[in-house]
Design a protein around this ligand. Structure first.
Ligand code: DGJ
Length: 730
């Protein structure tokens, strides 16, 4: 709900539990007043402003003194005496910045406008959703900036974005435009706010990192052309005392898959300016007259219920309002993928044998990974030449799909549309179709080059090509891979003065390609992948409802990756597979039971040839798949809560619980055994005190017992052991 309280010039935005308040200050500037637990009324918004030595006034004359650096703002701009990170940097044709933009009006609309060419959170009929549009303009009315706040009342979520319209008759230069800016106090209840972010690398994605914020700027960003494995487009501010279960969290996420920035600037006035959007280091945009530039959308979530409270909001919201609706609440099949069992060395019969064994244990979908086309026998060639390799697949893709379907399994396929190797036939005809200049030897990564999706001809070529490939067989699933970052982020297609538009235009080209393909093939379940989880971001999840979380399939390493990823992403978006031992990435051997328990905590899959698995393990695999299928709705669509963190100790635990709290599963996994962990007691704060639960072994517990006394985990005397408890209310 959004209210304008005219006698106070306040905009009051309310979700079910939270408030966000903005004031139009002196009729010109936008002040951040409050974001937190719902408060009915604010009476003192413009009281107690203080003067800060050396700060500047926006307007002349003693009666108009407004010291901009003392103000908490919603829109920062240079030249006003606000030296913090600006929301926009826009220059006119002579290279001069525009004068200070002033508030010029508002509109409150039902629902939410789409962001042209970009993914954004969805609106569904009857959504309790309103949007506030605040407009700012320069004195000559040459540029108009809109700040959009969409309030999803029932989800406790607000999204923000901006746009700038060029109403002059000359081109304007946008050098920076954030999706959101706001100033927050640096303390909460006398505790300084700390920064929580997700950092990682290839095969070690989304590890949780927390650190105090010092004065100055802290930046989380990517300039790799994608959201990347390293820093993630998400962060949260919390007092140190906030835990998984309790405390305040303010968090920010960007629906964007390219170069992004999230910046936290702690000022001398003990405020934190938080801003986020497209990374200005690799961006510049020349905006033609009458054109509008739109930023990616950002998602802002406050929770007073700790990190689990925050995750719960993201999970529900992303599942219901970000993922493609057809797959949002659709149970995912158990799959087998041949990558780790064959790499490039496979043929028709080998894949069919893998599928036959997989079918025996209950697996539902067989995915053929890299190497089915061109001369792709290793990663040095073949990408871009998408004709089936009949030497390997003697019956072609259609024949393979048919044989797999005959076994009673669905068929899925790997592709990497954005990339080519140097032997790609298309490069002979169009050497300028790769990013950077082919002639000038751009850097290679995994022996491959990136196709220039800035060029609309490349996007149309790929759309037609992959439409044909996806039509060739009876496909129910596609794994869309992308195995290198973008170096040489300039497009041959763009004129010299627009080269710095390349990185953002690449992302727009990618979104266009994905939009076209996912729309043409609404029944195909697309799984995103980028050397594992290198582009697992809300932008991609808008098109592809699940992601290959990481190339690291070691169960112990996966604990941290899945734990960190679960901070914002629903478990139904996480591909998690059981692989062979010793593990191919780390050489570690872990019990089959543990590999299964970790992989069952997401979209269960397998990356090994089960023909080579020991009989007693096969029995376990069969039983686990049975259990998983019986409880798939609870795991994939239930609520998820983290209980013990792999970042803080040797035991990791999490639980899945249904909405009415009548059923739940608690998984636990031990890393290294120690005598002191043997008596681990786990409190379960998310169960109902009004219920009585029974485990599958028939042991009874009251909800209160589990909540306050806790559940004693089994004796932990072996490295990498694990287990689960399944409780049903009596
Ligand atoms: C990287 C992916 O993450 C792997 O799962 C596999 O598909 C390879 N690419 C294939 O090249």
């Amino acid at each position: 709900m959004i209210k304008f309280i005219s006698d106070q010039n306040l905009f009051q935005m309310e979700t079910e539990n939270y408030s966000y308040t903005i004031e139009v200050f002196k009729e010109k500037y936008l002040r951040q007043i409050f974001w937190g637990k719902k408060i009915e009324k604010i009476l003192s918004a413009n009281k107690y402003e203080y003067w800060d030595g050396m700060s500047f006034c926006i307007d002349e004359g003693p009666s108009e003194e407004i010291y901009t650096e003392s103000l908490d703002l919603e829109f920062g701009q240079q030249g006003s005496g606000d030296f913090r990170t600006p929301s926009v940097e826009i220059y006119n044709e002579s290279g001069n910045p525009y004068p200070i933009l002033e508030y010029s009006g508002f509109e409150i609309i039902k629902g939410k406008p789409e962001i042209p060419g970009m993914p954004s959170t969805r609106e569904v009929d009857n959504d309790n959703l309103d949007t506030l549009i605040l407009t700012l303009k320069d004195p000559k009315k040459e540029i108009f900036v809109d700040i959009l706040y969409s309030v999803y009342h029932d989800y406790d979520v607000m999204t923000r974005s901006m746009s700038v319209k060029n109403c002059s008759n000359k081109k304007i230069d946008i050098e920076q435009i954030m999706s959101f800016t706001l100033d927050l106090p640096a303390e909460c209840d006398n505790e300084e706010l700390e920064l929580l972010s997700l950092e990682g690398s290839w095969a070690r994605e989304r590890h949780i990192e927390t650190k105090p914020l010092r004065k100055g700027k802290t930046t989380i960003s990517s300039n790799r052309g994608t959201s990347s494995h390293t820093l993630h487009p998400f962060c949260a501010l919390t007092p140190a005392s906030t835990t998984e279960h309790r405390g305040n969290v303010w968090s920010f996420s960007l629906i964007y898959s390219g170069n992004f920035v999230l910046e936290l600037e702690k000022t001398h006035t003990d405020k934190i300016r938080v801003s986020g959007g497209i990374n200005p280091n690799t961006f510049k945009w020349l905006l033609d007259p009458k054109e509008t530039f739109y930023t990616p959308e950002s998602v802002l979530v406050y929770s007073e219920n700790g990190l689990n409270g925050m995750s719960n909001i993201y999970h529900r919201f992303f599942r219901d309002r970000l993922l493609p609706p057809v797959f949002a609440n659709k149970e995912r099949p158990v799959l087998i993928n041949n990558w780790e069992s064959t790499y490039f060395d496979f043929d028709h019969d080998k894949i069919v044998r893998i599928a036959q064994k997989a079918k025996e244990v209950g697996i539902e979908l067989c995915v053929l990974d890299d190497g089915w086309f061109g001369t792709r026998n290793d990663d040095t060639g073949g990408l871009g030449n998408w004709e089936v390799n009949y030497k390997k697949l003697t019956k072609g893709l259609e024949g393979l799909a048919e044989d797999i379907n005959k076994e009673g399994m669905a068929f899925g396929l790997w592709v990497e549309p954005e990339m080519v190797n140097s032997d790609a036939v298309i490069l002979k005809e169009h050497p300028d179709w790769i990013m950077g200049s082919y002639k000038e030897k751009p850097a290679v990564g995994r022996n491959q080059y990136v196709l220039d999706l800035v060029n609309p001809d490349v996007v149309s070529w790929l759309t037609d090509l992959f439409t044909e490939i996806f039509t060739m067989t009876n496909l129910t699933y596609v794994k869309w891979d992308m195995n290198r970052y973008l170096t040489g982020q300039f497009s041959e297609y763009l004129p010299a003065h627009r080269k710095k538009e390349t990185s953002h235009r690449y992302v727009l080209g990618l979104y266009k390609l994905m939009e076209a393909l996912v729309t043409s093939f609404p029944k195909i379940l697309f799984e995103g992948c980028s050397g594992g989880g290198g582009r697992m971001d809300p932008g991609l999840l808008y098109y592809m409802p699940q992601y290959w979380t990481s190339d690291n399939t070691d169960a112990m390493a996966r604990l941290k990756i899945q734990y960190g990823t679960s901070l914002i992403y629903p478990l139904i978006t996480m591909g998690s597979h059981v692989s062979a031992c010793p593990n191919h990435q780390l050489g570690r051997s872990t019990p089959m039971e543990t590999r299964l328990n970790v992989a069952m905590s997401g979209n269960l899959g397998f990356e090994l040839d089960l023909n080579l698995t020991l009989d007693n393990e096969i029995e376990l695999v069969k039983k686990s798949i049975e259990f998983y299928k019986e409880n798939r709705a609870l795991i994939q669509l239930g609520e998820f809560y983290r209980l013990l963190s792999p970042f803080n100790g040797q035991v990791t635990s999490w639980m899945f619980i249904n909405k009415d709290k009548s059923e739940f599963i608690v998984f636990w996994v031990l890393d290294k055994a120690e005598v002191t962990y043997s008596q681990k007691v786990l409190k379960l704060p998310y169960v109902s005190e009004d219920m009585q639960y029974k485990t599958s072994e028939g042991v009874l517990f009251t909800g209160g017992e589990l909540k306050y006394r806790g559940l004693k985990l089994p004796y932990m005397n072996k490295d990498y052991m694990s287990g689960y408890f399944h409780f049903i209310a009596e």
